[in-house]
Structure formats: structure tokens, C-alpha cells
Design a binder for this molecule. Structure first.
Ligand code: FES
Length: 192
């Protein structure tokens, strides 16, 4: 009975002890290339899907021109008045008609001139009130006062910037506002 030696992957005939490691290395390299390639393809798809499924992220970008009020509804004497901003909102599956998406202060600065300020405080997102007695805006969260044009009145205010002004268009006696929210807590106005 002869005992045939088991086949070996080692190369012993030339005296060196090389094995099949290069082959395995090649296999791992190919696998890694495929995995990296798949990740490169799937990552942008994942981002696109997350944006599609997240209505807040989608609606947060870019301004929307919304009809807010008629010119006659804003006091001629320059007193600011608060208005809800109502618009259709859409997410991946549903449309929500006439939904409040924010609020603005409108103030007449001339016969047919209007300024708009977002009511959200640029410090930490509180809702700014109008203080009729002092004719200024007041954020009750940290007692910050802003002038009627939105600039910071109180030097000790923690707000990093003035209230956020918004573009206004008057069309046939109607006030349209390019509504947009901005990030709180930053010196620059960065769309949220
Ligand atoms: S949130 Fe308005 S001052 Fe802090």
C-alpha cells in the first residue's frame, strides 16, 4: 500500500516556500474594488431618497413667493402688523393646500412700499413680538429688542444678526413676499 502525499499548495521543488497568497490578495483587491464601486453608486441614491422623503429638508430650501395680504391691510402710519404666511405644502406623497408655513411682520414705509421681516428670532428661533408701547420688536426668550427695520437695539442682545428681512413685491395692490426661513445662531443669513 503506497502512501501518496497530499497535494500541497506550497512550492517546495525550488527550495522556496511560496504559497498561493498572491491569488488571495488578488481576490481581496477585486472584492474591495466592487464594494467601493457599489458604495460610490449607492451613496448619491441614498441622499436623493432621504431628501425626497424628508419634506422639511425639501421645503426648507429656496424662497417661495407667497401672496400674504392686500396693501390696505397694512397700517399706513408705519405700524407693523403680523400676518401668517399660508401656502400649499407638498411632501413625497401628499399635497397640503393652504397650510401655514411661517409668519411675517409687514410695515408700510411709503404709499406703496412695504418691508417684511420673518417673525423668527435669529438668535435661537423664538417668536418675536411687537412692543407697541416702545415701538420696537421684542424677543421674549432672551429679552432682545430690535428696531422697526429689524436691526438689533440692545447691545447686550445675544442675537448674532438683525431680524431676517424678506423681499417684497406689490402687484395690483397685493403684497407678495419671497418667504424663507434662515438658520438661527449664525452671523450670516443662511437659508434653512
Ligand atoms: S431666541 Fe430671541 S433673543 Fe434668544
Amino acid at each position: 500500500m503506497s502512501h501518496e502525499p497530499e497535494p500541497s499548495h506550497a512550492h517546495t521543488h525550488c527550495g522556496c516556500a511560496t504559497t498561493d497568497r498572491p491569488g488571495r490578495r488578488e481576490f481581496f483587491k477585486k472584492t474591495l474594488t466592487i464594494v467601493v464601486g457599489m458604495a460610490a453608486i449607492l451613496a448619491p441614491i441614498g441622499v436623493a431618497i432621504s431628501v425626497l422623503l424628508d419634506p422639511l429638508r425639501r421645503s426648507g430650501k429656496g424662497e417661495r413667493l407667497v401672496r400674504v395680504a392686500s396693501l390696505n391691510a397694512v397700517p399706513i402710519d408705519g405700524t407693523p402688523r403680523k400676518f401668517a404666511v399660508v401656502a400649499d405644502r407638498t411632501d413625497a406623497w401628499n399635497k397640503y393646500p393652504n397650510t401655514p408655513i411661517g409668519a411675517v411682520y409687514l410695515r408700510r414705509t411709503g404709499d406703496d412700499k412695504v418691508e417684511a421681516l420673518n417673525v423668527v428670532c435669529p438668535h435661537a428661533g423664538g417668536f418675536v413680538d411687537y412692543n407697541a408701547a416702545n415701538k420696537c420688536f421684542l424677543c421674549p426668550l432672551h429679552n432682545s429688542e430690535f428696531s422697526l427695520d429689524g436691526t438689533i437695539l440692545d447691545p447686550k442682545s445675544p442675537a448674532p444678526r438683525a431680524m431676517d428681512s424678506l423681499k417684497v413685491e406689490i402687484r395690483d395692490g397685493e403684497i407678495w413676499v419671497a418667504f424663507q426661513n434662515f438658520r438661527a445662531g449664525t452671523r450670516d443669513k443662511i437659508p434653512a
